[in-house]
Design a protein around this ligand. Structure first.
Ligand code: NAD
Length: 494
């Protein structure tokens, strides 16, 4: 049988269930982008808030892109099983905080009806980096994006995330006028500022008083979100069915660790997440840099070198002594020295804790999944630390190897290299075209790739120390045995 509200009373004892009366919960939060991460992170924190007695903070989940929610969460009354896994251990809990779901892939109308409702005080989102329609190198709106071009021409029927938010705010201004806190939970640097900037830029072009209303009534606090939640596999669905006796098409898997740091800038009522383990702080920047440059820096560096080494998952990369050694040295010797002190955190301990999380064999995060959209991720994870190191006159050899890993990944996905795999990255086509034109000469490849100024800031692209280091590594990684090059860098080769 299928998971649904009527089944809650009959769940096996090994599955925890909502510790509150779901019938009493009303929606106060609308979330856009109900994917694995939302179900593993914000919805669980919200479940904890509801268990603490604040029934007004239910979530209405909205997708404006695939997948459709109706056939999965919708049929299950919003319920789903969250599995926390660490190596052999599993903890299962049915989460009840998503009280309804809305599919708005074909038209903005269903999403706008929810987002503009007066009972919604908080709009959260996880829409992936691309969803913000910004230029990663500058943070400004990329007005050349087709969906932004569309929304500028048809603001009342938006298709982009920024266009949707703007229209929802406009409807709020024109109806009840209630303030709203809009919270990005995506892993992009300065996520609150980026979201605020793209929405404000659209508002300025729209006119009609909405820009001023936003200044007075809307907050875009920055957040740092953390929990590794890979895409759910068929084995996870089968596990729930075999172990617990019900079918669940919205299972999510996560690791034990979770962290949520939110800037204390709210436009109106906000869920008491600080009572259930989140932290409200004045400025999230130091936390964000720590996470992006250490945990995410290691994930990104490992995924490209891991694919080149023939490994499938992050934990396979970490089980390879050469790559594990490389990751630890890169973090300790080059990434960590670029970080400002973070209240309550010992950086070396955080590095070891991060590496231990990446060794968790139950978290089957595929290298190719982490490699997705690398052009949007390497800026804050690798290139910004490199920029800071160069400014301090410090070495960048290991970070440059990771950047060359990203380049080699995209170059090898081109015709020139027989399409070793297909790369899912907005700049994959551009890099493939460069490789098809130039061939395999690493210096000319690097010259062509660093000229993509949406990724590489001009000052960095022009820095000879950077180009030389990346060129040397790219040559090594495009050779027949890329790991021989990594061994040489690590002082293990001859
Ligand atoms: P997912 O593929 O399961 O879900 C992605 C969601 O984003 C879907 O609901 C989809 O409809 C929506 N979406 C995609 N493109 C969009 C667009 N252009 N406009 C609007 N909506 C769009 O992925 P996930 O694992 O849930 O990760 C989502 C984001 O969460 C990541 O990109 C990252 O920023 C953040 N995050 C994920 C993890 C993790 O371990 N999975 C950890 C930290 C942060």
């Amino acid at each position: 049988e299928a998971l649904r509200p009527a089944l809650l009373a009959r769940l096996p004892d090994s599955v925890a269930r909502p510790a509150y009366d779901r019938a009493a919960v009303t929606p106060g939060i609308a979330h856009i982008g109900v994917g694995a991460f939302h179900r593993a992170h914000q919805a669980e924190f919200t479940d904890d808030v509801l268990a603490g007695g604040s029934t007004r903070w239910g979530i209405t989940g909205i997708n404006i892109r695939p997948p459709e929610l109706g056939e999965t969460l919708g049929r299950q009354g919003g319920l789903y099983t969250r599995l926390i896994r660490e190596d052999q251990s599993v903890a299962a809990r049915v989460i009840g905080s998503i009280v309804s779901v809305v599919d708005s892939q074909d038209s903005a109308a269903p999403a706008l009806a929810v987002l503009s409702a007066s009972e919604i005080d908080v709009i959260t989102m996880t829409v992936t980096e691309k969803g913000y329609c910004h230029t990663p190198a500058t943070g400004a709106l990329d007005a050349s994006r087709p969906e932004i071009v569309h929304d500028l021409a048809h603001p009342e029927a938006p298709t982009s995330l920024p266009g949707l938010i703007l229209r929802a705010l406009e409807l709020r201004m024109q109806s009840h006028g209630r303030p709203v806190t809009v919270v990005s939970c995506d892993n992009i640097p300065a996520n609150g500022d980026i979201l605020g900037a793209v929405v404000r830029e659209l508002a300025a072009r729209r006119g009609g008083g909405i820009a001023g209303w936003i200044e007075a009534n809307v907050a875009f606090p920055g957040t740092m979100v953390d929990r590794i939640a890979p895409a759910t596999s068929e084995a996870d669905y089968a596990f729930v069915e075999n172990q617990f006796g019900y079918r669940d098409r919205a299972v999510v898997v996560g690791e034990p660790f979770r962290q949520w740091v939110i800037e204390n800038r709210f436009a109106g009522p906000f869920p008491p997440y600080d009572r259930v383990g989140a932290a409200f702080v004045d400025d999230v920047t130091a936390f964000e840099h720590l996470k992006m440059r250490i945990l995410n820096g290691a994930q990104t560096a490992l995924c490209y070198l891991g694919v080149l080494a023939g490994h499938e998952h992050t934990f396979d990369d970490m089980a390879d002594p050469l790559l594990a050694h490389f990751a630890r040295r890169m973090l300790l010797e080059e990434s960590l020295p670029t970080l400002a002190p973070v209240p309550g955190i010992v950086p070396e301990v955080y590095v070891e804790q991060s590496l231990a999380r990446l060794r968790n064999t139950a978290i089957r995060h595929r290298n190719h999944q982490i490699a997705t959209d690398g052009s949007q991720k390497i800026v804050q994870r690798l290139l910004n630390p490199i920029r800071d190191r160069l400014a301090a006159g410090a070495g960048i050899d290991l970070l440059a190897l990771a950047v060359a890993g990203w380049m080699a990944y995209l170059v090898r996905a081109s015709d020139r290299f027989g399409r070793a795999w297909s790369a899912d990255d907005p700049y994959a086509g551009r890099v493939a075209a460069i490789a098809d034109r130039i061939g395999s000469d690493p210096a000319r490849l690097v010259e062509g790739i660093v000229a993509i100024d949406a990724i590489f800031a001009p000052a960095l692209a022009a820095d000879a120390r950077f180009r030389t280091a990346v060129t040397g590594h790219l040559g090594g990684l495009l050779a027949d045995d890329p790991m021989q090059h990594v061994r040489r860098v690590m002082g293990q080769g001859e």
